[in-house]
Ligand binder design. Structure first.
Ligand SMILES: Nc1ncnc2c1ncn2[C@@H]1O[C@@H]2COP(=O)(O)O[C@H]2[C@H]1O
Ligand SMILES: [Zn+2]
Length: 780
């Protein structure tokens, strides 16, 4: 058995709901192996906390490489019903091609501006038919040369990007794929700043980009407070602590494993990558804002902290960079910023509506009847965003930092104007109602109408206040509520901050920033693959044990005004210090059929799966759809053209709009270059084969395309209906397979073992995982 499983300290709690999570490593297995079903109560754990024999065997089996590929299901944040595929995925072939071809060049042109702060991510989304992240990420990876440097398999990489895209929820107004692209683009801009460019290693830069991409994976569109209040299985699994962020990073690691982009990494490289990935994503927990801000401030004050040669300091800077990227939308130009603001508030308000619907207290910032977008934005900028970006500018006094701060100021002024306008129009409505009533209605009508208006707009009167007044009002409201509960014993701790002088408002919470992995390289090499290493949070646990306080849905102490803009509820403050929310309903609340009725109950019970069930009925992965989709729509251009030619496609560059002299993108040099390549390749199949051969054996600039090209052969060949045996033989020979293995497509598919020993195969041509068939593999 994997002895790492036994090394990890048992957790204190035994069970939460239907999931046992006595050990973090076991969680990892559950997260990896569970689908959107919950475990049955019978998980196979003995009372002693030891694994039972049958479970031990199953876990061993799960760790076998051949089994691992079968377990692609994931533990989703919310019921799958809330996920929706992007409509563009269902475009007809013709549409898809036209989107590819017509918008490809504008998209490429836009991508050449990836380093600009005014980069319009919404345009990229439109031009790429909803695939902004894939395009942007691929562009960045090429730009940095990560593919060659880290010997990445392009097909695996594209599959990884694609599956990241698939696992953001389009139904979220804010936490969707465009947000991920936006954060990734911002991260890229920060990485381009001189100080970072000169100090951050390529490996760190790559992990930083991947973390930005994955930082909100499978975000359910509600915040942690909601998940805790509704006893969501994730809140239970992660013990109400950084629930979403824990889910995001583990989900991301699951995808990394499934797609195998780092499968050739040494164990140390893999462990380092995962450590950084985890730590960066966990840092995006907005409730830890104050903790990071204070530390950042201290480090800058110390002057000359050594981020250039000190890995930890550099890592901390990357954490801050990702945090900045995550909340940078108010620092964008007004056009973009306003859009983000409205979308994030819409998501908050939807959460508030759901809270009302399921009968839990409405989170203040999510109450659409008590807030306006303008009010939330003004507060968020002032209380959360500006302090962080001021420090960022102290650390990096560059034109970009100045621009971001200037934008905050302008945007805030705009929101203030909107706020005033809203207030004026509301007053006008009330006046109109009164005058209309004066002329037409009875006295009772007037009072009814006024009451309606006031009730409807309720606390929006705050919108007429200036920013300081708004904050003061919030503070006063909070204090009033605290007064009501002051007598309760449990509130005392929370209010201790009152006695801590200046620090009182900004007490650091007790969470240790240091995480580490227990890794055992010998074991890993024995297993011959990377499994998700068990997480060791011993330090954190010990620390928490010492203080006899746990960090629940939020840090022990949070600045009160920060709490509001982070979407925390006041009731959570008091309770979380002392108790877990064990008494709340254990059923996920979202799907209405789960809320009531026997039909719902019976459907829900079908979702419960035992480990044996998962072993015998592996679920189809979310990934499969994107893997099975023909690769051409990825706009991996050389591959696309090759595929079409192999399939005897009718693509003719002379018919294409792109070739018209008047076409605005015609003059683009990369366009010309690619068109030249098209012509060469299109002339005849013999030329194609020669070009193919040259590219495979040649060195340099073509390589990154070739990785994908060669490794996708099995699917190309299978899909190429008209490629005859002789051609197949020839093509296969040209990439180094012996002819005896190339009689038919199916024989080619089985040609793995001999291909392994072929030293002519360039190192960058690696294993294809297309439908589990290996054609070429990396020489060891
Ligand atoms: N413009 C904004 N207004 C209010 N809250 C925001 C805004 N932008 C980001 N946030 C919050 O800040 C959080 C940062 O982490 P998340 O992306 O998980 O979720 C984000 C939102 O909850
Ligand atoms: Zn985010």
């Amino acid at each position: 058995m994997d002895s790492r499983v036994m090394k990890v300290k048992p957790r204190q709690e035994m069970r939460r709901g239907g999931i046992s999570y006595e050990r973090a490593d076991k969680n990892a297995i559950y997260v990896r192996s569970l689908g959107d079903g919950r475990m049955k109560g019978k998980t196979g754990l003995g009372d002693s906390g030891q694994l039972l024999e049958w479970e031990r065997k199953l876990i061993e089996k799960l760790n076998l490489p051949e089994c691992r590929m079968r377990f692609r299901s994931r533990f989703l944040s919310l019921h799958r019903v809330h996920r929706r595929r992007r409509p563009n995925m269902r475009l007809s072939k013709e549409n898809k091609n036209s989107v590819d071809e017509y918008y490809y060049w504008p998209a490429q042109l836009l991508l050449t501006h990836t380093g600009d702060w005014d980069f319009n991510v919404f345009h990229l989304d439109t031009l790429t038919g909803g695939r902004s992240l894939l395009y942007l990420a691929y562009h960045i990876f090429r730009e940095y040369g990560f593919i060659q440097r880290f010997q990445l398999d392009t097909i695996k990489l594209l599959r990884f990007f694609s599956s990241i895209e698939d696992n953001y929820h389009d139904s979220n107004p804010y936490h969707n794929i465009i947000h991920s692209t936006d954060v990734t683009q911002a991260m890229y801009c920060y990485l381009q700043e001189n100080k970072l460019r000169d100090s951050v290693t390529p490996f760190e830069a790559m992990i930083a980009v991947l973390s930005a991409m994955a930082h909100d994976l499978d975000h359910p569109g509600v915040n942690q407070t909601f998940l805790v209040a509704t006893a969501n299985h994730l809140a239970t699994l992660y013990q109400n602590t950084s629930v979403l962020e824990m889910h995001h990073w583990r989900y991301g690691v699951g995808l990394l494993q499934e797609c195998g982009i780092f499968s050739h990494f040494s164990h140390t490289q893999w462990a380092t990558a995962i450590w950084q990935f985890r730590s960066l994503i966990l840092a995006t927990d907005i409730t830890r804002q104050q903790e990071f801000l204070l530390k950042f401030r201290r480090m800058i004050d110390e002057k000359g902290f050594d981020y250039e040669s000190n890995l930890n300091s550099r890592h901390f800077i990357l954490q801050i960079a990702l945090k900045c990227a995550d909340i940078c939308n108010p620092c964008r130009g007004w056009f973009l910023s306003e859009k983000w603001s409205r979308q994030v508030c819409e998501e908050f308000f939807r959460q508030g509506d759901m809270e009302r619907q399921v009968g839990v207290p409405v989170t203040p910032v999510c109450d659409r009847h008590a807030n306006t977008v303008a009010k939330i934005q003004i507060g968020f900028m002032e209380v959360v965003v500006r302090p962080l970006f001021m420090e960022w500018k102290r650390f990096l006094p560059t034109p970009l930092s100045t621009k971001m701060l200037d934008n905050i100021l302008t945007n805030k002024q705009n929101w203030q104007k909107i706020s005033e306008r809203d207030a004026l129009s509301k007053t006008a409505t009330v006046t109109a109602a009164v005058s209309m009533a004066d002329s037409n209605s009875t006295l009772s009508d007037v009072s009814n109408r006024l009451a309606e208006g006031i009730l409807k707009d309720g606390n929006r009167n705050n919108a007429t206040l200036g920013q300081e007044e708004v904050c003061q009002t919030d503070m006063v409201e909070e204090e009033e509520e605290e007064e009501e509960t002051l007598g309760e014993k449990e509130v005392v701790e929370f209010l201790e901050e009152e006695h801590h002088g200046e620090e009182a408002d900004t007490v650091e919470n007790t969470v240790n920033l240091a995480f580490h992995y227990q890794t055992d390289s010998e074991q890993a090499s024995e297993m011959g693959s990377h499994s998700l290493p068990p997480v060791s949070e011993e330090e954190q646990l010990m620390l928490l044990a010492q203080n006899s306080r746990r960090r629940h849905s939020m840090p022990v102490v949070v600045r009160k005004d920060l709490g509001f803009y982070m979407g925390l509820r006041k009731d959570s403050f008091t309770r979380s210090n002392l108790t877990r929310r064990q008494s709340l309903p254990a059923t996920p609340v979202m799907p209405s059929y789960l809320l009531a009725g026997t039909a719902g109950a019976s459907r829900a019970s079908h979702r419960h799966l035992s480990i044996e069930g998962l072993m015998t009925r592996p679920k189809i992965s979310n990934l499969s759809s994107s893997v099975d989709t023909p690769m051409d729509y990825l706009s991996f251009l050389p591959l696309q053209s090759q595929t079409r030619l192999l399939q005897r496609g009718s693509w003719d560059p002379n018919d294409n709009d792109m070739t018209a002299a008047s076409h605005p993108y015609r003059q683009s040099s990369s366009c010309m270059e690619l068109r030249r390549r098209y012509h060469i390749l299109k002339e005849d199949s013999e030329r194609l084969k020669q070009a193919f051969s040259r590219m495979v054996t040649g060195a340099g600039k073509c390589h990154q395309e070739l990785v994908g090209l060669a490794s996708s052969w099995p699917s190309i060949l299978r899909a190429g209906q008209k490629v005859d045996d002789a051609e197949l033989k020839l093509l296969a020979n040209q990439v180094g397979l012996s002819s005896s293995e190339t009689e038919t497509g199916s024989v080619i598919s089985r040609a793995t073992s001999n291909a392994n020993s072929n030293n002519n195969v360039p190192a960058c041509l690696s294993t294809s995982q297309a439908e589990g068939v290996s054609l070429l593999s990396r020489p060891h």
